[in-house]
Design a protein around this ligand. Structure first.
Ligand SMILES: [Zn+2]
Length: 319
């Protein structure tokens, strides 16, 4: 057992080194993470990876300059077939993992043994705008799994795909999910700042920040609140701290979206299930919400072009 202080509200704290060479974020999404875990039972190594990925998705999302969701996925070729985390523009998060049928997960399993056993693992980042124009596709980046931990995979992705020097420190267990992100800001000749900074000085600030971040050990991150970490790591630096954000758990599943998914399966298939079992039952992979469609519901789904929500009055969702 760790001696982790349990905080009621999750916090994401953005900061910037005063000479604007480096920006950073510290995050504690332990409450959100416990919401995720209250809906699922995962082996310990899977919890660790998914918890770290959840923190990372919020850290990256907070730096995005667009209104929409970031969906981070690792498609695995080993005992774990999928890890997925979604974070919207309001820092509302959901996460889930899918294990291969009959998968055995050793206590000392690593990202590589779980998700990249034959080198076919893939890391996928999708940026899904909230207000898509008709026909607009989400942006998607897909790369091989390059690294044996979540932080390294994302650092390599950010450098190769986004040309951004990014360093991440992530830690998660049964109770806690926390992280630190440092990112080197593009150099603009120091003109925009009150104190012009030479390129060498900007680079030196970045290197110093990374050295400070690298003193942070995983166990320390699990056991220490982010306010204390901020002081402990950067007390000698001049840092500007912004108003905190408060990430939270939220699942965006609705009866309408599940209905649309059934429509995509096709009438024949869905009616076949109803004929056999009486109803079609779907559980949300993220939050566990149970959706059920009987013969009448299914007939309505396939006989009308109207949105499903107008057919099913709110409150009629069966549990
Ligand atoms: Zn859900």
């Amino acid at each position: 057992m760790s001696i982790t202080p349990i905080t009621a509200q999750d916090t994401l704290q953005k900061f910037i080194f005063d000479n604007a060479a480096v920006r950073g974020e510290l995050i504690d999404i332990s409450a959100t993470w416990r919401e995720v875990l209250s809906r699922h039972e995962y082996p310990t190594p899977v919890k660790k990876l998914l918890g770290q990925m959840t923190a990372a998705a919020a850290l990256l999302s907070a730096n995005l300059k667009f209104n929409g969701s970031i969906i981070m996925q690792i498609h695995g070729d080993g005992p774990v077939s999928l890890l997925v985390v979604e974070c919207d523009a309001d820092l509302r998060l959901r996460a889930t993992a899918k294990l291969a049928p009959g998968a055995a997960v050793a206590d000392d399993a690593t990202l590589t043994t779980l998700l990249n056993a034959t080198g076919k693992g893939r890391f996928v980042i999708t940026l899904d705008p909230a207000d898509k124009v008709p026909g607009q596709q989400p942006y998607q980046g897909i790369v091989p799994l390059d690294g044996d931990d979540v932080a390294t995979v994302i650092e390599n992705y950010m450098l190769r795909s986004e040309q951004l020097d990014t360093k991440l420190w992530l830690a998660a267990d049964d109770n806690v999910s926390r992280g630190l992100l440092l990112q080197k800001l593009p150099y603009h000749g120091g003109k925009a700042e009150a104190t012009p900074l030479s390129e060498e000085d900007a680079l030196e600030t970045w290197n110093r920040a990374v050295i400070l971040g690298s003193t942070l050990k995983e166990q320390e991150l699990l056991e220490t609140g982010i306010d204390v970490l901020m002081q402990r790591l950067f007390w000698e630096e001049t840092i500007r701290v912004f108003d905190p954000h408060h990430p939270q758990f939220h699942c965006s599943c609705t009866r309408e979206k599940v209905g649309n998914m059934l429509k995509m399966l096709g009438r024949e298939e869905v009616e076949g299930v109803v004929a056999e079992l009486g109803t079609v039952a779907v559980n949300c992979d993220f939050c566990g919400q149970h959706y059920e469609y009987d013969k009448v519901d299914v007939a309505q789904l396939f006989t009308s072009d109207a949105p499903v929500e107008t057919l099913i009055p709110a409150g009629e969702v069966k549990h």
